[in-house]
Write a protein that binds this ligand. Structure first.
Ligand code: GLU
Length: 496
C-alpha cells in the first residue's frame, strides 16, 4: 500500500473561470475518487495585481455548477489550510529563509535599471547574469538589514542536465544552462509561483501533480527545490493542452474559453463535463457519453493520449443534444428551461426593457430572441461605422473586447461610462460606437437599450458576439493585432 493519493487543482483567480481549469479539476477529481484519495482546491493568488476576489468566487461557482466537488479548499477548509496562497506568506518566508541559510538561494539587489541594461546588452533570452550570487552572506544580511530592496533567487546549477519523469511522457531532460536563477521571493515579500507551488504541494501532501502541459518547462526548477528542501518528489503528470479546431492552443479568439459562456449559452453542465472528459481520454468501451461517476470508475492516467485534444464546440453541441434528448423527460426539460431562461430574475430584468416597445404581447418574441440565443445571425454589410472601413471597425471592436475583458462591474451605468470613455479616446461619437454594437449583439440595428441589454446578456456572451462580429468583418491579422496591442496599451494601459 502506497501513500493515500492526494491531488489538487490550483487556479489563479485572475480572470474568467477557464475551460482549462475545469479540465484539470475534472481529471484530478476523477483520479482522486478512483483511488480513494483526496482532491484539494487551492487558490494561487500571489499575483496581487491580477488576482481578484470576484474571480475566485466565479471559479469556485463555475466548478460547482459543473458538478465537481473537493475535499479541502478555501471555502470548506481542511487539515492543511489555509488554502489561499495569500494567507500563507509567513510559511513561504520561512522556507525562503531556510534556502538562504543553506546557501541554495541568495538575495539579489539588482535594480530594475541594471536588469534592463543586461537585457539590452545580452538580448532578452539570456536571463539574469547572476551578478549578486557572489555577494557574501554577511554582506547580504547587512544590506537587507539596512533596508535595501531585494528579491530572492534560487541557485540553478550552471551546467549539466535536469532529468525528471512525467507519467505520460517518460523521462524528460533539460539543460541547466537554459534555466535562469529563478526569483522565488518578490520585493513585495510575496513568493513567486515556483516556490509557493512546491512548498504547498509538499505541505499539503500532494502525491500526484496533474496539471496543464504549459508548466512542464518549470519542472526542473521545482525538482531542484524539492531536492534543496530534502523532500520526496510527487508524480508529475502533465495533461495535454486543449486546442482549437485548427490545432492551435485553445484561445478565446477562436472558441469561448470561459465556463460562464457555456452556461449562459444553454449548455448542460453534465454535457460540458463529459466533453472535457473526452479530451485525451476515452472510456474503455469507447462510449462517448458518460457520467462523472463512470469516469471516476474507469480513469487510468496512463491511458491519456498526448495527441492534442481538440475542443470542438460543434461536437460539444452534439453531445449536449444527446443529453437533452436522452436524459430528460419533457417535464424535467421544462424545469431546466425555466431555470435557465424563464427564471424570475432574468425575466424581471427584461420586461421593463421591452415594455415601451410592445404593441401586442406577441411582439415579445421578436424583441427578446437575442437574450435567449447563443449566436445571432450577422451580415458584414450591417456592421458599419460612419467614416470607417470594415477593418478599422474590426480594430475598434477588438479594443472594445479587450477593455470589456478587464471590466469587472458589468452593470448598465458602468458600461455607459466605459463606452463614453472609449468613444472619447477613439475620437468618435457615442452613437458611432453603439451602432455596430447593437448589430453585433442582437443581429439588428434596433434593440432594447444597449447597456441594460448588455448587463442581461453578461460579459461572456457579449464578448463572444463581439468577437464573432470581428470575424464577420474579416478578422484581425497577427501583425495587425500586435499594432493594436500597442495602441491599446497607449490608450488604456496594460492588459493581460
Ligand atoms: N496557478 C497555476 C495556474 O493557474 C497552477 C499551476 C499548477 O497546477 O501547478 O495554472
Amino acid at each position: 500500500m502506497g501513500r493515500q493519493v492526494r491531488v489538487r487543482v490550483a487556479p489563479s483567480p485572475t480572470g474568467d473561470p477557464h475551460l482549462g481549469t475545469a479540465y484539470q479539476a475534472l481529471f484530478n477529481c476523477a483520479f482522486a475518487r478512483r483511488r480513494g484519495g483526496k482532491f484539494i482546491l487551492r487558490i494561487e493568488d500571489t499575483d496581487r495585481v491580477r488576482s481578484s476576489e470576484e474571480s475566485e468566487v466565479a471559479i469556485l461557482e463555475s466548478l460547482r455548477w459543473l458538478g465537481l466537488s473537493w475535499d479541502e479548499g478555501p471555502d470548506i477548509g481542511g487539515p492543511h489550510g489555509p488554502y489561499r496562497q495569500s494567507e500563507r506568506t509567513e510559511i513561504y518566508r520561512q522556507h525562503v529563509d531556510r534556502l538562504l541559510e543553506t546557501g541554495h538561494a541568495y538575495r539579489c539587489f539588482c535594480t530594475r535599471e541594471r536588469l534592463e541594461e543586461i537585457r539590452t546588452r545580452q538580448g532578452a533570452d539570456t536571463g539574469y547574469d547572476r551578478h549578486c550570487r557572489s555577494i557574501s552572506s554577511k554582506e547580504s544580511d547587512r544590506r537587507a538589514a539596512a533596508g535595501e530592496p531585494f528579491v530572492v533567487r534560487m541557485k540553478i546549477p550552471p551546467e549539466g542536465q535536469s532529468l525528471f519523469q512525467d507519467l505520460l511522457r517518460g523521462e524528460i531532460c533539460k539543460e541547466w544552462s537554459l534555466v535562469d536563477d529563478q526569483i522565488i521571493l518578490k520585493s513585495d515579500g510575496f513568493p513567486t509561483y515556483h516556490l509557493a507551488v512546491v512548498v504547498d504541494d509538499h505541505l499539503m501532501g500532494v502525491t500526484h501533480v496533474i496539471r496543464g502541459e504549459e508548466w512542464i518547462n518549470s519542472v526542473p526548477k521545482h525538482v531542484k527545490l524539492y531536492e534543496y528542501f530534502g523532500w520526496e518528489l510527487p508524480v508529475f503528470c502533465h495533461l495535454p493542452l486543449l486546442r482549437n479546431r485548427d490545432k492551435s492552443k485553445l484561445s478565446k479568439r477562436k472558441n469561448p474559453t470561459s465556463i460562464n459562456y457555456y452556461r449562459q449559452a444553454g449548455y448542460l453542465p453534465e454535457a460540458l463535463l463529459n466533453y472535457l472528459g473526452l479530451m485525451g481520454w476515452a472510456m474503455p468501451t469507447g462510449e462517448e457519453k458518460f457520467t462523472l461517476e463512470q469516469m471516476c470508475q474507469n480513469l487510468e492516467l496512463e491511458k491519456i493520449s498526448l495527441g492534442g485534444p481538440v475542443f470542438d464546440v460543434a461536437k460539444l453541441r452534439w453531445l449536449n443534444g444527446r443529453y437533452i434528448r436522452e436524459d430528460y423527460a419533457p417535464e424535467a426539460l421544462q424545469e431546466k428551461l425555466e431555470e435557465w431562461a424563464l427564471n424570475q430574475e432574468r425575466i424581471g430584468k427584461i420586461v421593463p426593457l421591452v415594455q415601451p416597445r410592445l404593441e401586442t404581447l406577441a411582439d415579445w418574441g421578436g424583441l427578446t430572441t437575442a437574450f435567449f440565443a447563443d449566436e445571432v445571425s450577422l451580415a458584414a454589410e450591417d456592421l458599419k461605422m460612419k467614416g470607417k472601413k470594415p477593418e478599422e471597425l474590426a480594430a475598434i471592436l477588438q479594443m472594445l473586447v479587450w477593455r470589456l475583458e478587464q471590466q469587472r462591474d458589468f452593470t448598465a451605468p458602468a458600461l455607459d461610462a466605459l463606452f463614453r470613455e472609449m468613444s472619447q479616446k477613439f475620437g468618435i461619437t457615442l452613437r458611432d460606437l453603439t451602432g455596430p454594437c447593437f448589430v453585433a449583439l442582437s443581429g439588428k440595428p434596433v434593440w432594447t437599450p444597449l447597456f441594460d441589454s448588455m448587463e442581461i446578456l453578461g460579459s461572456d456572451m457579449v464578448r463572444m458576439r463581439l468577437q464573432r462580429a470581428i470575424e464577420v468583418l474579416g478578422g484581425i491579422s497577427g501583425k495587425k493585432r500586435k499594432e493594436l496591442d500597442k495602441q491599446y496599451t497607449a490608450l488604456f494601459g496594460y492588459r493581460d
